[in-house]
Design a protein around this ligand. Structure first.
Ligand code: PXG
Length: 289
């Protein structure tokens, strides 16, 4: 596998960063996870836009235009002959001193890894995920705003540990006010009749790209989409609950906190949206050529 670091394609064994990189020392950096379907990089521009918003939010100036960044992603996919896969785009603050001062880091490291993807087992998409609400709350927006897709994922990792230790693979995180924010690595939607409801980003949700795509596709299928505050009451009483993310795509939730949701497996709305999403992945994307 070839990894792109600062514009150079290197063998994966030589793809290294310094131990003084603030990405490692402080989780100081930003990233994106992007899918490749049928030789196309799916919604690439949206990922690039979010990467630059995240970078801006942490005062990290990326020394590359958005166009060149998009080209770097395509180039790395091509070099690795990725037709279907997963791209990890990482921008670290770069090498600095052992102190916190980010302004002493002069050269951000731009890393593109194009690889295969480890999917959830297919059975889970048919049976539905079992998840729990965890005690680890989502970061307060004035601590680390959850809209920033930063390298500092400890908040999510701690939530994931709670889930895994309880024997489930995902979890619902609440925000400091007790409202539903999102899952540890996915956004969350509730279905009530023909309405889809997802928490607004101020409730602690990442501006998920899959979330955004679902919000655009759903009205075409006759659904109403709303951003609204959700509590666990809304989850337990929902007709359906599903999660969205680049890796998971759209996955139905069957059980939350050991309570069956709706029919206890992915409902018809989730199934229909997942099919529509799949169709969209066949036609959308930046061609790798
Ligand atoms: N919320 C959070 C906190 C995320 O990390 C999403 C929502 C979904 O966003 P997109 O743009 O992908 O629709 C994410 C996705 C994993 C994994 O292994 C997931 C993410 C990052 C790294 C790993 O599940 N992010």
């Amino acid at each position: 596998m070839k990894v792109l670091i600062n514009g150079r394609l290197v063998d994966e064994k030589d793809a290294t960063v310094s131990v003084f990189d603030h990405g490692l020392l402080y989780g100081d950096g930003v990233f994106e996870g992007i899918r490749v379907y049928h030789n196309r990089v799916f919604v690439l521009d949206r990922h690039i836009d979010r990467l630059y918003r995240s970078a801006k939010a942490i005062a990290l100036e990326i020394p590359l235009s958005k166009e060149d960044m998009a080209a770097a992603v395509v180039r790395t996919c091509k070099a690795n002959q990725i037709e279907n896969g997963y791209v990890r785009l990482v921008v670290t603050r770069g090498v600095g001193t052992l102190g916190l001062n980010p302004y002493l880091c002069k050269e951000p490291q731009i890393i593109v890894i194009a690889a295969g993807i480890q999917l959830y087992p297919v059975e889970l998409y048919e049976e539905g995920l079992s998840i729990i609400t965890v005690g680890t709350m989502r970061n307060h927006p004035e601590a680390i705003n959850p809209r920033i897709k930063s390298l500092n994922y400890l908040n999510n990792v701690l939530a994931k540990i709670e889930a895994l230790n309880s024997g489930v693979m995902e979890c619902v995180m609440l925000n400091p006010q007790g409202y539903v924010a999102e899952a540890s690595g996915d956004n969350i939607f509730v279905v009530k009749g023909r309405t889809l409801i997802t928490p607004p980003t101020w409730c602690g949700a990442l501006e998920g790209i899959t979330r955004e795509v679902v919000m655009e596709l759903a009205p075409e299928l006759g659904y109403t989409v709303k951003e609204d505050v959700l509590t666990r009451y809304d989850l337990y009483t929902a007709d359906e609950v599903f999660l969205t993310g680049t890796a998971a795509e759209i996955i139905g939730v069957g059980v939350i906190d050991r309570r069956p949701i709706g029919i206890g497996k992915p409902g018809p709305v989730t199934v229909q949206l997942a099919e529509r999403f799949k169709e969209f992945t066949r036609v959308e994307g930046t061609l790798i050529e």
